[in-house]
Design a binder for this molecule. Structure first.
Ligand SMILES: Cc1cc2nc3c(=O)[nH]c(=O)nc-3n(C[C@H](O)[C@H](O)[C@H](O)COP(=O)(O)O)c2cc1C
Length: 332
């Protein structure tokens, strides 16, 4: 559903923003226009396992439109997977050209392709002409593998194809998540692209979005990842919605319990469940008063019962979010 104000997408975070998370977020917070799902990687051979596609099935994505993402350097294998996705009703597929992790990059996938515009060109040529009828491809990229100048060679390549959009995280892969986002390079790139451009990176508060949008006045599409996990209220805050302080813990708790229930039903055993929840709390704790303390305690817990008892006590004491700009929230 298109909402008033800026267009906001949930970024793909592998291991976090699966359909359990996306649905729980939509049920308790709303404020998002869509999401790109964490990457599927193309497997050898032609067989697609149904479990690979479960996260993308329409019945698991009724609350928020989702675009699947594929990580691949092989156009042939990409097309096989895209075909499977088209068969379950997907109309767009996103190509991951930005994953910075060494084991991916070394194999020439994700950001490993960025220094090779010819390979990107050959890939897109084959994929664009071979996509199932009615399906489009968008791209999610960084500025380069080693330098922010690599993108300059890629812009004319992207401009040759009818892409559904280009999402740019303005860092190099070498930066991983360190250093600053390069807004100047983003601006230069966006100005040259003949496609819809989405900005992605380091939006943690509503104030961050305001600051970056002043710097990039032509951009009205935003993709946010870590900021939404750390503060699930963020998309709604950006839209100027406010939440009464005394209701925030209640709402967050309902979200948490929904996540717990969802993961309990798909993960095998309490160990996996606990690990999943610990991973989430490493983000949830970011803005919380006493967040570090809470996280430390949670990491020490070994049994599900102890976890439930501990989070119960945390919720009963009420949570307090401490954003530097107060989250720019009003007081409903
Ligand atoms: C744990 C984790 C997993 C990620 N998984 C993916 C992924 O599957 N596909 C992708 O394109 N980007 C992935 N990213 C990158 C994010 O989508 C996003 O580009 C990055 O976090 C910057 O945006 P942010 O500052 O709003 O978080 C991942 C990032 C993190 C931290």
């Amino acid at each position: 559903m298109k909402q008033a104000g800026p267009i906001i997408f949930l970024a793909p975070l592998r291991g976090i923003t699966d359909c359990v998370f996306r649905n729980a977020h939509a049920r308790h917070f709303a404020g998002l226009d869509g999401a790109v799902a964490p990457f599927l990687s193309t497997v050898e051979g032609r067989r697609i396992k149904p479990t690979h596609l479960r996260d993308l099935l329409p019945e698991n994505n009724r609350l928020l439109p989702v675009t699947p993402q594929i990580l691949s350097k092989s156009a042939g294998r990409f097309l096989i997977l895209a075909d499977g996705l088209a068969q379950i009703g997907c109309r767009e597929v996103n190509w991951n050209l930005g994953c910075p992790f060494a084991r991916i990059v070394k194999k020439g996938r994700g950001a490993g392709l960025l220094p090779f515009p010819d390979k990107v060109d050959a890939f897109l040529e084959e994929v664009v002409s071979g996509l199932p009828a009615g399906m489009r491809i968008s791209v999610k990229t960084r500025l380069g593998r080693f330098t922010c100048r690599e993108i300059d060679e890629l812009v004319p390549v992207f401009n040759r194809y009818p892409l559904a959009g280009v999402i740019i995280h303005p860092r190099t892969a070498a930066q991983m998540y360190g250093g600053q986002v390069d807004l100047e390079a983003f601006e230069r790139t966006a100005a040259q692209l003949r496609h819809t451009v989405v900005y992605n990176g380091d939006i943690f508060t509503a104030g961050d979005l305001i600051r970056i949008s002043r710097r990039l006045p032509g951009i009205d599409r935003w993709m946010i990842g870590r900021g939404i996990i750390a503060d699930p209220f963020l998309p709604a805050r950006i839209r100027g919605r406010s939440f009464r302080k005394e209701r925030q813990t209640e709402r967050f708790r309902a979200f948490h319990d929904d996540l717990l229930k969802g993961y309990e039903s798909i993960l095998s055993g309490p160990g996996h469940l606990l690990n999943k929840m610990k991973g989430l709390w490493s983000y949830f704790s970011m803005w919380l008063a006493d967040g570090r303390k809470i996280l430390k305690r949670i990491h020490r817990l070994r049994r599900k019962e102890d976890y439930l008892e501990f989070v119960d006590s945390v919720f009963e004491r009420r949570l307090q979010w401490m954003m530097p700009d107060g989250g720019l929230e009003g007081s409903e």
